[in-house]
Write a protein that binds this ligand. Structure first.
Ligand code: HEM
Length: 147
């Protein structure tokens, strides 16, 4: 394999895929916790338990896996000069939207932690679908590379 990564390219790609699996797993779970948290009474034992689960999921899995997915992905991008490819333009756009949604989820988590959530259960049900749809677009672009 050419480029600055040389033979390590495939190891970095394996790390990249492992990191995105962890990132997506956390991303598909956190909004679901928010859906049920909306039903829990403020100050209740259940609500306090959801706060702990949301904080650990975000800080222990979602944030670190996003950082590793980005770092490994950018190394692969530079190694392949992927910015010249159409598939990568679409993928990069979907990944940026996913990352903005990640930041919003971190904000919603802080609101729940402060008992100041302003969104409905229905809002989080809809938000739960968005990462899944983006993931479908991203994986098709990364694997099929239609253009
Ligand atoms: C966070 C920023 C990201 C960047 C900069 C990035 C960049 C890249 C690049 C350049 C490749 C091509 C590697 C190669 O052909 O050897 C790649 C492969 C891949 N990416 Fe990403 N990616 C990112 C996020 C994601 C996300 C969020 C997902 C899934 C939801 C994903 C799934 C994949 C998959 C499955 C492959 C392997 C495709 C294959 O070889 O068939 N990536 N990524």
């Amino acid at each position: 394999m050419a480029g600055f990564l040389g033979e390590a390219h495939l190891w970095v790609k394996a790390l990249h895929i492992l990191a995105v699996i962890a990132w997506m797993a956390a991303f598909l779970y956190l909004p679901r916790l928010f859906v049920y948290h909306c039903r829990a009474e403020t100050g209740s034992k259940q609500s306090e338990t959801f706060k702990v689960m949301e904080r650990r999921l975000l800080r222990g899995i979602m944030n670190p896996s996003m950082i590793v997915a980005w770092a490994a992905g950018l190394a692969l991008m530079v190694n392949l000069e992927a910015w010249t490819d159409g598939w990568f333009h679409v993928k990069a756009t979907a990944v940026v939207v996913l990352t903005v949604l990640h930041m919003m989820a971190a904000r919603w988590r802080r609101d729940f932690a402060a008992d100041a959530n302003r969104h409905s259960e229905r809002f989080f049900r809809v938000m739960n679908e968005v990462p899944a749809l983006l993931m479908v677009v991203i994986v098709i672009m990364a694997v099929v590379r239609p253009f």
